[in-house]
Design a protein around this ligand. Structure first.
Ligand code: SF4
Length: 363
């Protein structure tokens, strides 16, 4: 049998074990690899007695999206964000909504090559406020994401990690130090859900959320995809909202989004809008200030309201913004209460467009 030649950038987080294997220390899977083996994420492998990242500088394509699509509703609303991903994933969610990228194996999906400087330059040239690591989880391409983030910072461009938060404590320090914002997927609220449907651990994700809140300045929002019969019971949603309020506080925005049948979970129906509205109602009754519905048409559930006087602050319909009633400092124009998040004097005007771009041609 012909052996694959593995090439890549030497990773920063791994160590040798006494039994001769090498352990990757990026995520709580801690894959232990023999020479020539790949980790579960597929993009990290052991080559020449070290762990290497095989997708450094390679991407699955670049698009300019609205920041609301990440979703981030309180981070420079209305602005365009240059978005890209690579290949692979460190979770195995049966309901993956992005599997053509996350499950890419032969790296045939990552044909675009782009240096960190080229990406930062393209963001600047196209008027993007930020660059997002999305489509697949940036935790697995940490070294590349960090280099891109640093190149962006040098040009005044913000960076956004869209992640499941499944990362080990040590690399987490360096990773989030480089990010300005994040959307963390909280995929369910039971260990059974994580074990059976994602082959992961809920506790590790909750640990990352607490870390972000209490030990960083990263602006973050949370997304939970509600899957009929799997994680959408009133009891589980109440427990999730209660945990967010008690551990993270009432200002962390929470997005309940609609599932559509995909990947290995095609036997479930799409999430009924009523379930998303029920979840939003639970969060609001528990005192969470910013709870949203997503992936459905629901202007009421997607707009932002003042937590003190109830005034409409930002009117949204999908990714389009309409009414805007915040001051330049992010205060309610009616009562003056502060709205949590990062705002500018005016909202962006990108709208709902999705624009593919050729980053190398723009560098
Ligand atoms: S990042 Fe990849 S190789 Fe490393 S522990 Fe996680 S799944 Fe395994």
């Amino acid at each position: 049998m012909e052996h694959e030649t593995i090439e890549g950038l030497p990773g920063r987080y791994w160590h040798r074990l006494e039994d001769g294997r090498v352990q990757c220390d990026i995520c709580p899977r801690y894959c232990k690899l023999q020479e020539g083996q790949r980790g579960l994420c597929f993009v990290r492998a052991r080559a020449d007695d070290a762990i290497v990242l095989t997708t450094y500088g390679r991407s699955s394509g670049f698009c300019i999206d609205p920041i609301e699509k990440k979703p981030l509703n309180h981070f420079f609303p209305g602005t365009p964000v240059l978005s890209f991903g690579t290949a692979g994933c460190n979770l195995t969610c049966k309901f993956c909504q992005n599997w053509s990228i996350s499950k890419a194996r032969a790296l045939d999906r990552v044909q675009d090559h782009a240096s960190p400087e080229a990406i930062a330059q393209a963001a600047l040239a196209s008027g993007c406020r930020s660059v997002a690591f999305t489509y697949n989880d940036p935790v697995i391409f940490l070294e590349y994401a960090i280099d891109v983030a640093q190149a962006c910072r040098a040009k005044g461009i913000k960076t956004v990690a869209v992640s499941a938060g499944y990362i080990a404590p040590e690399p987490r320090l360096e990773f989030f130090r480089s990010m300005d914002a994040a959307n963390i997927d909280l995929k369910g609220f039971t260990e059974d859900f994580y074990r059976n449907l994602c082959s992961g651990k809920l506790a590790a994700v909750l640990d990352t959320l607490c870390y972000l809140k209490h030990e960083t300045d990263v602006w973050f929002e949370i997304t939970t995809l509600l899957i009929p019969g799997e994680n959408d019971s009133r009891h589980e949603i109440e427990a999730l909202c209660n945990w967010v309020r008690e551990q993270l506080g009432v200002d962390v925005p929470l997005h309940f989004t609609a599932f559509h049948p995909d990947w290995k979970m095609r036997d479930k129906p799409p999430t009924p809008p009523a379930t998303l509205r029920m979840a939003r109602g639970i969060g609001r009754r528990q005192g969470l200030r910013y709870v949203y519905t997503g992936n459905i048409h629901d202007p009421d559930g997607q707009s932002t309201y003042c937590h003190r006087c109830g005034a409409l602050l930002i009117e949204r319909d999908w990714y389009d913004l309409a009414d805007w009633n915040l001051t330049a400092q992010g205060n309610c124009r009616r009562c003056g209460a502060q709205c949590a998040g990062l705002f500018e004097a005016k909202p962006g005007s990108w709208g709902r467009r999705r624009l593919p771009v050729n980053v190398r041609a723009m560098a």
